[in-house]
Design a protein around this ligand. Structure first.
Ligand SMILES: C[S@@+](CC[C@H](N)C(=O)[O-])C[C@H]1O[C@@H](n2cnc3c(N)ncnc32)[C@H](O)[C@@H]1O
Length: 181
């Protein structure tokens, strides 16, 4: 297993990260009855913020260090690669992924898996830093220097991982929303 930066920063991650989750909540059309899966959910930072808006929240992440920080039993942590989600097809009303797509190794496989585990009538929300903005380009450079193997996609490239998706942007963030009919 290669060196995992997130295992190292997990204990302080919640203190050094901040982003407003209002847009994500709005695009996810929360509250909703049912289960939400937070892919690459790390310490459960985002999952905790939406916990009261759904019946059940599962956090899937590959870093045990990050998962150890998730509050239990409020959240259900599952150690899993986003490319091979260990859930039956159609298990979740909402599937979200925040600030993690550029970290996963295989982005098309991640998109396919997120769509597979989504229930018909459900929606996927992917939130990513918008690589077209100068500030995010600097972050991408810093992550390269830290050998983080990040690979940023533009909002259009993220949307193209799915058959039908809409793009929303604000400041230096982008959201891609996918509905499963
Ligand atoms: C920047 S953190 C974001 C965590 C959380 N979504 C948040 O916004 O607070 C990126 C997370 O993606 C996870 N990750 C990276 N590659 C992954 C993969 N292939 N499968 C699952 N999780 C992955 C990392 O372990 C890390 O917890």
């Amino acid at each position: 297993m290669p060196f995992d930066h997130f295992d190292v920063i997990a204990p302080i991650y919640a203190r050094v990260t901040y982003s407003s989750l209002n847009k994500m909540r709005e695009l996810a059309a929360l509250p909703v009855k049912g289960r939400l899966l937070d892919v690459g959910g790390g310490t459960g930072r985002v999952a905790s913020a939406v916990r009261d808006l759904v019946d059940e929240v599962v956090v899937a992440d590959v870093s045990m260090g990050m998962l150890r920080q998730t509050p239990r039993p409020a959240l259900q942590p599952v150690c899993a690669f986003s490319e091979f989600l260990p859930f039956p097809s159609g298990s979740f009303e909402r599937v979200i992924l925040v600030d993690a797509l550029h970290h996963v190794v295989h982005q098309p496989a991640t998109a396919d898996e997120m769509f597979r585990v989504l229930k018909p009538g459900g929606r996927i929300i992917i939130e990513e830093p918008d690589i077209r903005s100068f500030g995010v380009k600097l972050i991408a450079l810093a992550e390269k220097l830290l050998l983080m193997r990040s690979h940023f996609l533009s909002p259009r490239q993220i949307a193209d991982l799915f058959e039908r998706a809409t793009i929303h942007t604000e400041d230096s963030s982008a959201w891609v929303v996918v509905l499963k009919l």
